[in-house]
Design a protein around this ligand. Structure first.
Ligand code: NDP
Ligand code: OXD
Length: 309
């Protein structure tokens, strides 16, 4: 089998040894040296240019180098009959759990306020509520959201999640669908965004959502930049409706050097690192999917293009 590789972010470098070790039987061809395009049956991609996938006439499987697949679905020319499989990797899930619990604990323990007090040489003891009185709301209770919810429950927080379908997760209050959105927001002090970017979720972190949160709530966006209405966040921070924001993902990445977010005292910027793909661990999942393709089996992490995730 021949696997074509394309990444808009990084070259084959770190991937090559990991992929060769996990699947020595597969021939690897990195763009632009793809050879005879008719021979290629699978493609492992991150943000392929529009039309790149369509140029592979015998493609049978599209593998995402990340958990999200919005970077593939935005290609209007992508071959619609070819299954798309997202990356599910326990290492990546663990990374997201670390990122989200760290940021939630920072906000919960008032670290941003202590940092500002230190800058002003102010000694004032601010006392956070106990974790059980801190209400965390997670947008998306899938692979990443559910794991973050479990970790936050273990730390004693009052955790709820919002998803399309209802969930039964230990000690996590499940809210499902549009009808439950307002009730979910009304009980959320720290909102964590871990939903995929789809037509239904674009701009979900905007004024209408912020206004439904309790005054002084905080927001962590580790989903996609397209979830956030940037001007609405700046306005909500200025009015005090939102107290703090932690942003890992942005509409334009890298975040332009002159962007207002960089110097905002109530925004923490991280450069899309919440859960980076690790080629060594990802190669195992990729190899397993190529073996399924060879055996004619279905793919457990196949996405539904109509739903967008
Ligand atoms: P999953 O597909 O496992 O889970 C998605 C969750 O979102 C599901 O619970 C789903 O509901 C819910 N959802 C989707 N659409 C809606 C909607 N319209 N209304 C309510 N709920 C909705 O995805 P992952 O957890 O693996 O990943 C989530 C996202 O995290 C990725 O798409 C990516 O954008 C982002 N990500 C960011 C990274 C970073 O470094 N910042 C790294 C990795 C991922 P249901 O369960 O009912 O289907
Ligand atoms: C992903 C990401 O989707 O890193 O995996 O954003």
């Amino acid at each position: 089998m021949i696997l074509a590789f394309y990444s808009a972010n990084r070259g084959l470098g770190a991937w090559e040894p990991a992929l060769r070790q996990a699947m020595p039987e597969v021939e690897l061809r990195a763009a632009p040296d793809l050879g005879d395009l008719e021979e290629i049956e699978a493609a492992l991609v991150w943000r392929p240019p529009p039309g790149w996938l369509a140029a592979l006439p015998n493609l049978k499987l599209i593998l995402s180098q990340g958990a999200g697949v919005d970077h593939i679905l935005t290609d209007p020319l992508r071959p619609r009959h070819v299954p798309i499989v997202r990356l599910v990797d326990p290492y990546m899930t663990r990374s997201m759990v670390e990122y989200v619990t760290f940021q939630v604990l920072r906000l919960h323990l008032k670290e941003p306020e202590f940092r500002r007090q230190q800058q002003d040489h102010v000694w004032r003891q601010l006392v956070p509520p106990s974790a059980r009185d801190r209400r965390i709301g997670i947008l998306g209770l899938g692979e990443l959201g559910a794991a973050c919810a479990a970790a936050l429950v273990a730390l004693g927080f009052d955790v709820a999640g919002w998803s399309r379908s209802p969930k039964q997760l230990p000690c996590v209050t499940s809210f499902a669908g549009e009808a439950a959105f307002d009730a979910f927001l009304a009980r959320t002090d720290i909102l964590v965004c871990l939903i995929p970017l789809t037509a239904a979720t674009r701009g979900i972190l905007g004024r209408a959502t912020f206004d439904r949160l309790p005054r002084g709530a905080s927001v962590i966006n580790a989903g996609r930049g397209g979830h956030l209405a940037e001007a609405d966040l700046l306005a909500a921070l200025a009015s005090g409706q939102i107290a703090e924001a932690v942003l890992d993902v942005f509409e334009t990445e890298p975040l332009p050097a002159d962007h207002a977010f960089w110097d905002h005292p109530r925004i923490v910027v991280t450069p899309h690192v919440a859960a980076l793909t690790n080629p060594v661990t990802a190669a195992e999942a990729i190899a397993a999917n190529l073996r399924r393709l060879a055996a004619g089996e279905d793919f457990p992490d196949r996405i539904d293009p109509d739903a967008g995730y």
